[in-house]
Design a protein around this ligand. Structure first.
Ligand code: G6Q
Length: 588
């Protein structure tokens, strides 16, 4: 196999100042090299390892494992399969695993070179092979004095220069020093962005609402569906509204269309084009397009092509988050990310939270055949966490070819989904308890409430909430046998309906308290979980070619729908008929 890629192959990061932020015209750029990039020799395919074979043999036992018996046999199981770091207590004992399984999973990670891959990422090597890019979201939260070099250049000062500019801007908006065109204070910040330029900021805004400046509201417009823009702006005064146009490329059709609509909406009221400078700022890597849009590049906050969209919520893409929670809290958020980076980089695999989550997930996916994972935070503030993780995991590892382009002979990303508890219990948990497909769950809860609502007599809300998450873990693992159901006097015909099979895998994460720092730790935990899994699956977790085709086809169809081009009936019979129906109903 070819030799590992050397650091010199990594793209140089661009300078951070807005003036020098490099233009990028495509949302995803292929390496221009005509030859396929070399995959490091240590990056072996998982099914070529001894551990994979061992795990395949163990899977038979795993599939028929009885958690009641396992817990009865080993009284220490609960603590033996638990670990704690950075205020996060992870209990993975209610999975269909035993010591032999865990040994084999750790051996798999070792044989697949995960630690070498991790080292390559932290060293700034171009591990995003198909785009020939370094993957350095860890540099976004590196402390000021740290040194992370790409091609011999330390990029940490660049990161802190942008952070400094963001802080001055956020302070000015929060304090009221930044005024709108007519002299009014900014009351609403509207972030316009989509995908990686939206999901992280929305999730963080909702998660950290309790830490936010309530006098300024943040709203998020992402969808090309005009109803999104309409609903988010219908009650706003343009004179008090600031738009943050967030787009790495500044070419994304949804974001640019919404941004043009926003400019027209604002200028209709504010009249003068000079108002744009006071009501629009940009977060992008593309200074040329930002200037073309009419935003002064002094009001642009840059980032770099070594930050993937779905890994960018702690870059300038988090500008709305910083305005909401303030620079000090944003620094705490970054410190939390960095805490987890360090834990991931240095903790032994057996006590390493991202390794553990990744390996358990891989066991469930590849050896027990689970096709989906439910992320169930028992915390209303985290109600957008599952949507955020859906992109992080599915866009990163939803791949069918290996780094060298050959097909994966194993399963990769499961479907990620979920809603906060206890709401989900009254909706879809039925299927998780008694359906035909097992759904491993990540149950997440915080020990300390941010607001201890409710009297002791009536039961404090938080105790009831926590009792529910623990009860669900118990019920899913241990179920209810037919004998137990019968013993309750249930008529025989009803027994099968009231029986719970149990042995449904869960991870429980009991976390000290939600804070900006803790949110950073949680998100970095999942980022690195994705890294470990992608590394073992031998896919590129940092590209997203799968989103390209639909974009190209949509561009071709737009003029056919709008009537600016004749309907050429050039598609398949299904698409042709749908276009014709649309045009007829729109009177075109
Ligand atoms: C994320 C993806 C994708 C991207 C959006 C928005 O990893 O690349 O979700 O973030 O397509 O792209 P722009 O920020 O360039 O508008």
């Amino acid at each position: 196999m070819a030799a590992p890629k050397t650091r010199s192959a990594a793209k140089r990061p661009t300078r951070t100042s807005t003036a020098s932020a490099r233009a990028s015209t495509a949302s995803a750029r292929a390496s221009t090299a005509s030859a396929a990039p070399a995959v490091p020799a240590w990056h072996v395919a998982p099914d070529r390892t001894k551990a994979w074979k061992r795990l395949t043999a163990l899977a038979r036992k795993g599939r028929s494992m009885d958690l009641r018996k396992a817990f009865a046999k080993d009284r220490t199981r609960g603590t033996a399969f638990s670990t704690e770091a950075l205020g996060i207590h992870l209990d993975y004992s209610k999975n269909l695993i035993d010591r032999a399984t865990m040994d084999a999973l750790f051996a798999l990670a070792a044989e697949c070179g995960v630690e070498k891959h991790r080292k390559a990422m932290f060293a700034g090597e171009a591990i995003n092979l198909t785009e020939n890019r370094a993957v350095l979201h860890v540099a976004l939260r590196a402390p000021k004095g740290a040194v992370i070099k790409v091609d011999g250049r330390n990029i940490v000062p660049d990161v802190h220069e942008v952070l400094g500019r963001m802080e001055r801007f956020a302070d000015a908006v929060r304090s009221g020093r930044w005024r709108g065109h007519t002299g009014k204070r900014i009351r609403t910040v509207v972030n316009i962005g989509i995908g990686g330029s939206d999901l992280g900021p929305v999730m963080a805004y909702e998660a950290l609402k309790d830490f936010s400046e309530r006098a300024i509201e943040c709203r998020y417009v992402s969808n090309i569906d005009g109803e999104d823009f309409y609903e988010k702006t219908r009650d706003l005064d343009p004179a008090e509204t600031l738009f943050v146009v967030s787009s790495k490329t500044f070419t994304t059709i949804e974001t640019m269309t919404n941004a043009q609509t926003a400019r027209a909406w604002a200028l209709k009221c504010l009249k003068s084009p000079a108002a744009v400078a006071k009501h629009f700022v940009a977060v992008s890597t593309n200074a040329a397009e930002v200037a073309k849009f009419g935003i002064d590049t002094d009001n642009m906050f840059g980032f770099w092509d070594w930050v993937g969209g779905r890994y960018s919520m702690d870059s300038a893409i988090g500008l709305s988050t910083m305005v909401a929670i303030g620079p000090a809290n944003f620094r705490e958020l970054l410190a939390g990310f960095h805490d987890m980076d360090e834990h991931f980089r240095t903790a032994p695999a057996r006590r390493n939270l991202p390794f553990l989550l990744a390996l358990i997930g891989l066991w469930n996916r590849d050896f027990l055949g689970c096709e989906t994972v439910a992320v169930l935070p028992y915390c209303q503030y985290l109600h957008r966490l599952s949507a955020y993780l859906q992109q992080l995991e599915m866009e990163s590892n939803g791949k069918r070819v290996q780094l060298d382009g050959t097909p994966c002979r194993w399963q990769t990303s499961p479907v990620i989904w979920g809603e906060p508890g206890t709401n989900g219990q009254h909706a879809f948990y039925q299927m998780i308890h008694q359906g035909t497909s097992p759904v491993p769950c990540d149950l997440i809860a915080f020990a300390q409430p941010l607001h201890a609502v409710g009297s002791k007599e009536g039961g404090e809300h938080h105790d009831i909430l926590l009792a529910n998450i623990l009860a669900q873990g118990e019920a899913l693992a241990f179920g209810k046998t037919p004998a137990e159901v019968r013993a309750e006097g249930t008529p025989a015909w009803l027994v099968p309906h009231r029986t719970f099979p149990g042995n449904r895998p869960t991870n429980t994460m009991l976390i000290e308290r939600l804070s900006p720092r803790m949110l950073g730790r949680i998100i970095a935990l999942y980022e690195h979980k994705v890294f470990v899994q992608g590394s073992i699956w031998r896919v590129n977790s940092f590209d997203q070619w799968g989103v390209e085709l639909g974009k190209v086809l949509a561009k071709r169809i737009i003029p056919e729908l709008s009537g600016t081009a004749p309907s050429r009936a050039a598609h398949d019979s299904s698409t042709n008929a749908l276009i014709a129906r649309y045009r007829a109903w729109r009177g075109r």
